[in-house]
Design a protein around this ligand. Structure first.
Ligand code: TIU
Length: 229
């Protein structure tokens, strides 16, 4: 298998296309769209929306080159049996998880707001994992799916940087996966958290991952040979 290198911090990351997957975390209308749950809570969705275009470019080239692509969504069963009572109570929100929100029941599977934004719509062949927590490995079959494909490296995109993205990267790192987080393809409602979350990942020699930018990763992906189906 041919080896390639992504420019990254704290140092370049070697990868093989056959064992590399693109992970798109929780790019759901409720978090990203104006009028969704995130905005209803008083958050500015602009920094999250800015991730859509670069992520779409990375997604396009990943598909063109035959990389494995996996999507996640945070959300719960309609009866909320998979939602910890503590999560449901957290924040004492007037409209919280399971309640009728601006785009259907908040973070409930099957509701419009729970869906992935149209710009990044998964293909029928691409797994979409429903996760009840912030981490993508907790109570999902993501690890099994990645191991079955021989995946070792994860290109990580999605929202929010310091919550579901960072939790997932920590979980992945502990399982032996190497994560490269694209700073323009991950977003936070809080600029200071965006900065700190990315710094934490790459500190101490890449304590749990690498950080790069789509402008560095796209040309490398364009240069690789297509992975056979
Ligand atoms: N996907 C994800 O990050 N879920 C969150 O609840 N994030 C917040 O920042 N609230």
């Amino acid at each position: 298998m041919a080896k390639y290198t992504f420019p990254a911090e704290p140092y370049p990351l070697e990868f093989e296309p056959e064992s590399t997957a693109l992970l798109v975390i929780d790019m759901q209308r409720d978090f990203v769209d104006p009028g969704g749950f995130g905005e209803m809570l008083g958050n500015d969705v602009t920094p999250l929306r800015s991730t859509i275009e670069p992520t779409r470019r990375v997604l396009d080239v990943a598909r063109k080159k035959g990389l494995f692509v996996v999507f996640t969504r945070e959300g719960h069963r309609p009866d909320l049996t998979d939602a910890p009572p503590t999560k449901l109570e957290r924040g004492h929100l007037t409209t919280g998880i399971g309640d009728q929100g601006p785009m259907g029941r908040v973070l409930v599977r099957g509701e419009y707001g729970h869906g992935i934004v149209d710009e990044l719509k998964p293909l029928p062949s691409e797994p979409v994992l429903d996760k009840p927590g912030k981490g993508s490995f907790y109570a999902t079959d993501l690890e099994l799916i990645l191991r079955n494909r021989g995946i070792k490296t994860l290109i990580v995109t999605g929202v929010t940087t310091e919550v579901c993205v960072q939790t997932t990267v920590r979980e992945a790192n502990d399982r032996g996966f190497e994560c490269i987080v694209l700073e323009d393809c991950v977003g936070s409602y809080f600029p200071e958290f965006q900065k700190a979350a990315l710094e934490m990942i790459k500190a101490q020699g890449g304590i749990f991952g690498w950080v790069s930018h789509s402008r560095h990763v796209l040309p490398v992906l364009e240069s690789i040979e297509r992975v056979p189906a």
